[in-house]
Every structure is written in C-alpha cells, then in structure tokens.
Design a protein around this ligand. Sequence first.
Ligand SMILES: [Fe+2]
Length: 453
Amino acid sequence: MSDSQRTFVLRLLVSAVVGGAALILMQVSFPPPDGVDVGRIFFWTAMTLALGAIPVRLPGGMVAFTTTAPLIAAVFDSALPNPFALCWIALLGTIELRDIRHQLPFLGTLYNRADFVLSTFAAFLAVRLTEGAVRPGDPLGAIAQIAIAGVAFSFVNLLLGVSIASLRTRTPFGRIWALGVGNVAIGVVALVPLGWLMSEIGQKVGLWAAFLFLVPLYLARFSFSKYAETRELFLGTIQALSQAIDAKDGFTRGHADRVSRIAGAIARELGLPEKQIDDIELAGLLHDIGKIGVEDRVLMKPSRLEPEEAELMRRHPIYGASILEPSAALRPLVPIVLHHHENFDGSGYPEGLRGDEIPIGSRIMIVADAYEAMTSDRIYRKAIGHERAMEQLNKYKGVQFDPRIVRALQEVVRKRGPAAFDVSDLPPINYETLAEVRRRLAREPVVRDAHAG
Ligand SMILES: [Fe+2]
C-alpha cells in the first residue's frame, strides 16, 4: 500500500469509527432514560478509570488494558439504565493519562474512546439478542451468554485496535497480532468472566465487594507487563550479542541487523507465517554466532585462507547451532543457522543439502547475507551497489541461491527501493573510555522503570 493510500484508509477508518460511536451515543442519550442512578454509573466509571490509568505497551505497538472487566461488568449490571449508562462509562472511564497529558494526537484519543464505546455496545447487543434464549437459573445458558458477550467485545475491540496500530506503524496486521495480542489474548479473554462475576457480586453483595476485584485485576495487568518486559529483554540481549559478533568479525556495524531485516522482508514477501518470519529475523541477527568458536588468526586473517584454515572457518554453522541448542527460546533458530551456508545445488556445507531439503529460513539467509555483503562498504572494499549485486545473485541462482528467493528479494527491493536496508536501526556503539562512561552516567543516571507502559 502506498503512503497516500495508507493515509486515505487511515482517515476513512478513523471517521467511520468515531462517527459510528457518536451516532450510538446520541441514539442512547436522547431522550435520557428515567431514574438514572448517577452513583452507580460513577462507580463503574471510576473502576474503569483506575484500571485504564496503567496501560501496558505490547511488542508490535498495541496497548493492552484490563478495563475489559469493569466494562463487561457494566454490561451485565441490571441495575444500570443500559445501554445509556455503559456507553458513557466506556466513553469517560477509558480516558487515560496519555490523553490528559496530550501524549496522543487528538484524533487518536477520539478513536480510542470510540473503539471502547463500539466494543462495549457490541457486547450489550450480544447480551440483548441472546436474552430470550437463556432461562433464569440455567448455568450453561449463562456461561454461553458470557462467552458471546466476551467474543463480541474482544472482537470489535481488538479488530479496531490492531487495525489502527497496523496502519499507523506500517506493520502488517498479522505481525501485531502474532507478537502482541496473540500472547496476551488468553489473559484478555479471562477478564470477561471476571467482569461478569464482578457485576454479580456488585449486585448481590454490594458495590464495595466489586471494588475488591481491583486486586486480581492489577495482578492480571502485572502479568501482561511481565510478558512485554521479557520480550524487550530478550530482543535487547540478542541485539547486543549480534553486535558483539559483528565487532569480532570485523564487519561494519549493523551487518547482522541488516541481514536480519532483509531476510525478514523476503520471508514476508514469500507469505510465510508471522511466527516463522520472527524466527528468521532472529536467526538473521545470530546467523554467524558460531564465528565466536573460530580462532582469531583464521577469522581475522587479511589474506586468502589456506585450505585447512578454510576448513576451520566452515565449521562456524555447526558451532553456531551448538551454541543456540541449549536455549529453549533459541532452539527454533538452530536449523536455520546450521544450514545458512548450504548451496541450492548441494555444493555447500556443512551437510551438502540441496534444493527443498535446505530449510527455507537458511535459503533466505544465504541470499540476504550475500546481498548485504555486496551492497555495504567494508574496510577492504567498497560496495558494488544494488544493480551489480542483483546481477551476481541472478548469475548464481539455481547454483548457490534458490531462484524463488532471489526473485522475492528483487520484488522487495522493487517495492521498497534499494535504500530501504541501507541504514541499520541499531543505535551506534561509541567506544568510550572508562572516564567518559563515568562522566556520562553521572550526567544521565540510568533510570529503570519497573513497569512497561
Ligand atoms: Fe556465515
């Protein structure tokens, strides 16, 4: 999608969602229902505000809340003049600190409010439509009704949330889903029965008892934030390791990072599933980790390698695989790293696999690695440029490279331009002296935020 198309779709989506929510709000508010219990509306709004104040930023750009529970509770609270009450609770209760501090663009604030109004209203409609089918005191019917309300709420809420995040950050819908939402979806769905229970207790015992639910809800929020933190920690560690390999290898900074991004783009062009793309990107960062096991006199030799030295160098994929093997999180990368020097015609190493026997991730890696090496400057030679690099890849397709992968790379570069992978996203490394590090840390002490979001 081109930039102007993207802007158009973005505006269309925002207008439709905000307009739809405004219509519903007007519809339920005029004329206002009789006998509005303002205290009760205030209570659920306050509960929603308390939980919305601490969002969790998920990997992939989405933000998760535990506000689902009080909103679902409001849907099931028969003492509320619904749908009037819950539309206003959804509108006002979901205002977050970022809105008050003007950290979000005004349209973003409007969109988020509208998203909650629409998803809560969808849950209300689901309950209203199924009401006739549920007999009082029938547990199975009640459970089915809770499930349907939850599905209606989550479907609208996540669909609108992921769509806007995807358009805004130019990240494919599937990736945001797989990296962010997919991993906390169970937690989000679990908030639905909790919301129903909160509502029942609020009606049968009293609102003060529903208030106690803040404790498990804060715990749920804590588990979301732990997931986000773990993922960030994992990626940061892999990137640090990847830069260490680049430094040891004498490559210019960011070689592995660029290989990773080129490989990821090819994998996406081929339509591979997001989880596999994620593995291929991680493998791109770590593909040469086995070079740690190759002696420096071989690794850093400026002249041509003797046959026995070349033999030592050819062991690096095996070393790499054995370094990654023991870690459960990195084990899916092992086959990709082990075979990243297998040639398409079977003349590569370490096992001489050919064609489709070579894992797809490795077939992508060898193309991305070669393309990156040819298109970036090295200490000992200048880049040969995109055109000549593609000539070389085309010359050796079917021999060293899988022709399908070379075609996919050509397509990626055609769409995104040869400059797309020029610059590494990684922050530059400054080799400071100890005195400089001390001075800098004294100036800007390291601030650690215990909670993401
Ligand atoms: Fe390698």
